[in-house]
Design a binder for this molecule. Structure first.
Ligand code: CA
Length: 225
């Protein structure tokens, strides 16, 4: 298996998996199907899917948000870890990719837990806010177009409850943010996103060197001054 958690040394990666990865066969199959697709490298590594499962279990999440579905690996992983009455609202714009996702959600028997919204993510999140969902989500995972990361984050923050968790993928962006000569739109977006999040006192953050960098932002409880 190629090592997409590139901060874990290649020599250690098989051992790392051999003593920690418990990927169910259907997730493995989806990962293999996706790897053969163009842009298949966008998929998160299996240890990260498993980590998302641990996170939602840890906080007892029931109502989850996902921005950026791709072929559905993360949503399938999370759905499998949610209780029977758990729900994910999943946002994407690609019919083609999410058709693969839907097929696997159905085969896994979790399709009823996932509400796919095919529209630009900002639009879907604004609609959720307008429909009275402010402060009701336990968990949000952001893994979509980088230029909109802050837009997604601000809305996910508003949608999440106090004590809820927002996980943001690709925050190390293959190391590109430290190369200041790289002024490509995605790199600039990630660089600015990271700086803004670092200064955001409304959340407690931690950046994990898993996959391409996964930042966790815990929405602090509001306290009286
Ligand atoms: Ca990603």
């Amino acid at each position: 298996m190629s090592n997409t958690s590139y901060l874990i040394p290649d020599a250690l990666y098989p051992y790392f998996h051999s003593i920690s990865l418990t990927e169910p066969p259907l997730l493995k199959e989806l990962r293999e199907v996706t790897a053969n697709e163009p842009r298949g490298q966008m998929q998160l590594p299996p240890e990260q899917g498993q980590f998302l499962q641990l996170l939602v279990s840890l906080i007892g999440a029931k109502k989850c948000l996902e921005v950026g579905v791709f072929t559905g690996y993360s949503s399938l992983a999370v759905a499998l870890a949610l209780p029977a009455d758990g729900k994910i609202i999943a946002c994407d714009v690609s019919v083609e990719w999410t058709n693969i996702a839907r097929r696997f959600w159905q085969r896994a028997g979790v399709a009823h837990k996932i509400d796919l919204r095919l529209a630009p993510g900002v639009e879907t999140l604004d609609n959720l806010l307008a429909e009275g969902n402010r402060g009701t989500f336990d968990f949000a995972f952001i893994d979509a177009d980088k230029s909109n990361y802050w837009n997604y984050y601000e809305r996910a923050y508003d949608l999440t409850r106090s004590g809820g968790l927002i996980a943001i993928d690709n925050t190390l962006w293959y190391g590109k943010p430290v190369d200041l000569s790289d002024q490509s739109a995605d790199t600039v977006a990630i660089r600015e996103f990271n700086q803004k999040l670092y200064r955001d006192e409304r959340v407690l953050i931690s950046l994990l060197p898993i996959g391409d960098g996964l930042t966790l932002a815990l929405k602090k409880e509001k306290r009286e001054a």
